[in-house]
Design a protein around this ligand. Structure first.
Ligand code: DP6
Length: 344
């Protein structure tokens, strides 16, 4: 083998139409579409060592220089899923060094950026893999990333990633995400996402467990049908740049996601009182000013504030004056639509 180490930076993403519900092997119950982010990313180095391995996958993982054994089970499961592709790793010890641009346990899901960064590293080192960043390379990386974490499949593409089969998108697939190919109004090219950190630390219920509760969920069938309808509506909105319709759709998606959690068996709530306080502030600000500031949520208490670049100053002023007292240590992360992964 000639290449023994590689480093990739891969971004997080925020879904506009949500993936919630899946079946084996990590295939989505409905299509989803996300903004790829820019400033929230994971950088991962994969190094294949000279030493011989004692087991099929013999590795250590370090997060920001500290051994992170608690990450091992999820990664072992991921490696086992793509084991047939990883003959080049077997027989050698290897090491994964990773760090996130966002603060530790900020409540930002690191699985999309983390699993996509690792998938990119693995594929890059695989002998005979397509050239890094080629279309075939990214498609394969998306398949691998999906097998690590569903939402990670979308992170390998710039701007907008679409994962899941949609009748209206012939290139789409449940197996991998594709770069969204429809017309996109310029307002979305640098759309802002200010991530308001309400809650830090481990979530009470993991996304993986939450997805599982969609099996046998009384509203699942309607939800999956609705998500597909929303995908088609979103395509029209992305083309037109109608921000009112955009905001209505993404806020409804976010609240529907959390409604699914609240109506699972067992039910659970990931929003916190301050999540609701912030949502009320956003609605009041919008009513008062007419500015297109909307929210979405992922599977947690944090609020993603979405708005066009043109109103950044007003939106950040709103965050500082009306929202920061609801945030853990007043913290938020300024992010925006980004260009996808890079090899470092
Ligand atoms: C609410 O991709 O984290 O963020 O596939 O089990 O790893 P696993 O789950 P994950 O679920 C993300 C759910 C979501 C919505 C979304 O990103 O589409």
């Amino acid at each position: 083998m000639n290449q023994k180490a590689t480093t990739w930076r891969s971004p997080s993403n925020i879904a506009l139409v949500k993936y919630w519900g899946k079946y084996e092997p990590q295939l989505p119950a409905n299509a989803s579409l996300s903004f790829t982010l820019s400033n929230s990313y994971t950088e991962t180095t994969l190094t294949i060592l000279e030493e011989e391995a004692d087991q099929e996958f013999d590795f250590e993982i370090y997060l920001s220089g500290q051994k992170a054994d608690d990450f091992k089970p999820k990664i072992e499961k991921f490696l086992a899923r793509i084991s047939a592709e990883l003959d080049f790793l077997k027989g050698h010890k290897f090491r994964i060094d990773t760090h996130n641009s966002f603060p530790h346990s900020s409540g930002i899901a690191s699985s999309a950026s983390g699993m996509s960064a690792l998938a990119l590293c693995l594929l890059d080192l695989k002998p005979g893999a397509p050239a890094a960043m080629s279309e075939a390379f990214l498609q394969e990386a998306s398949i691998w990333a999906r097998l690590g974490s569903g939402s990670a499949s979308r992170s390998v593409y710039p701007r907008l990633g679409l994962w899941g089969k949609l009748e209206s998108e012939s290139a789409s697939s449940d197996e991998y995400a594709i770069p969204y190919q429809g017309p996109v109004h310029e307002v979305f090219e640098d759309y802002r996402d200010t991530i308001l950190l309400v809650e830090k630390g481990q979530k009470a219920v993991s996304s993986t467990a939450g997805h599982g509760l969609m099996n046998g969920h009384p509203f699942a069938k309607n939800r999956f049908a609705q998500a597909h309808e929303n995908m088609d509506k979103l395509k029209t909105i992305l083309a037109s740049g109608d921000l009112e319709a955009f905001g209505q759709l993404v806020e409804h998606e976010a609240l529907t996601l959390h409604a699914m959690m609240m109506t699972s068996q067992p039910y659970f709530i990931l929003m916190k009182p301050n999540t609701l306080k912030i949502i009320e502030e956003i609605w009041a600000f919008r009513k008062e000013t007419g500015k297109p500031v909307h929210f979405t949520l992922d599977a947690g208490a944090n609020v993603h504030l979405l708005y066009p670049a043109a109103i950044e100053q007003e939106a950040l002023e709103f965050v500082k004056t009306k929202v920061s007292s609801y945030l853990k240590k007043g913290e938020y992360i300024c992010d925006q639509v980004g260009n996808g992964p890079v090899k470092l």
